[in-house]
Design a protein around this ligand. Structure first.
Ligand SMILES: [Zn+2]
Length: 310
């Protein structure tokens, strides 16, 4: 077989002589391409609409099918983007909550006057939410697994820190309770101050080791701080006396009671009623004689009465 190619421009001719094998291959190509194309189209069309080939209806169906697929693809993409956006939003929300938790932790640390560095809520591990753009066709899904894992670790860490902080604050609260502050009565008035005064029995100048609060007979006498009862009963000069040891060298005494409501060894809380007001012992009327001891010596209770609870 001989093929002659004629150039349009120059009128030149070139000829090729094809051998048996090449000829067969070329024939296969020339005949094969349309046949193959028709076959493929036929398969596609027949799957679309019967066995009709390239009728206007089938073409229309083909276009519609392609349009439908396009819509489905768009829909799927949109859904995926929406899911991703929702997940991103969730991660952002968790991060925001952590930030709030950190702020709370820092506030508590400041409130508790803890040593700097003991709880460091200000250092945040490198995290940062993945910035997602829904419009961007080339967005890459962030490694949510890793981000969520980091968030989980952070939450665990904060939980532990806040737990320890809570325990510390509870301990601080306990220390506050043994902190002497306030009056030994709910109702009543201070009828005699600490220091030099005229003795109500002899009229001579004498030292008053405490302060007196006068009130209604049988009214409540309360512990000014938590502690352990070390005396409950009659004592010379005091009538019925309650003595409470608060630790740290502090002891308080409540004298002239009508009735003791606690016993030696009882642990009392701040504000707990320990006795009822009376006039037992060396007393001229219903009152409580209140003393504060610091390391074995009486001090003016007024400074403790007037100071605010921590
Ligand atoms: Zn007194």
């Amino acid at each position: 077989m001989k093929i002659i190619v004629v150039s349009k421009r120059h009128g030149n001719t070139r000829s090729f002589t094809l051998g048996g094998w090449t000829r067969a291959l070329l024939s296969a190509c020339i005949v094969g391409i349309p046949v193959g194309a028709a076959t493929i189209a036929g398969i596609h069309l027949s799957s679309l609409k019967g066995s009709d080939l390239l009728t206007p209806e089938s073409t229309q169906a083909w276009v519609e099918a392609l349009d439908g697929q396009q819509v489905e693809i768009e829909q799927a993409k949109l859904e995926a983007e929406q899911k991703l956006a929702a997940l991103t939003l969730r991660v952002a929300e968790l991060q925001a909550r952590l930030v709030r938790l950190d702020a709370l932790g820092e506030r508590l640390t400041t409130m508790a006057k803890l040593d700097n560095g003991e709880f460091d809520f200000s250092t945040v591990p490198a995290l940062g939410g993945p910035e997602m753009s829904v419009d961007d066709d080339n967005y890459t899904a962030p490694d949510f697994h890793q981000v969520l894992e980091q968030l989980g670790d952070q939450i665990d860490d904060r939980q532990q820190q806040l737990g320890t902080l809570e325990a510390l604050l509870a301990k601080r609260k306990l220390q506050n309770d043994v902190f002497i502050a306030g009056r030994p009565v709910k109702k009543g008035w201070m009828s005699s101050r600490y220091g030099r005064r005229s003795d109500p029995f002899t009229g001579r100048i004498a030292w008053h080791d405490g302060v007196d609060f006068a009130g209604k007979d049988g009214s409540d006498i309360i512990a000014v701080a938590s502690g352990v009862v070390t005396w409950s009963g009659k004592r010379h000069g005091y009538g019925i006396l309650i003595e409470i040891n608060h630790g740290n060298g502090f002891v308080t005494r409540y004298g002239h009671s009508k009735e003791a409501l606690v016993q030696v060894g009882d642990v009392v809380k701040k504000g707990q009623i320990v006795a009822l007001m009376g006039s037992s012992g060396r007393s001229t009327g219903p009152h409580v004689h209140f003393e504060v001891y610091k390391n074995g010596r009486t001090v003016d209770p007024s400074s403790y009465i007037h100071r605010a609870s921590r």
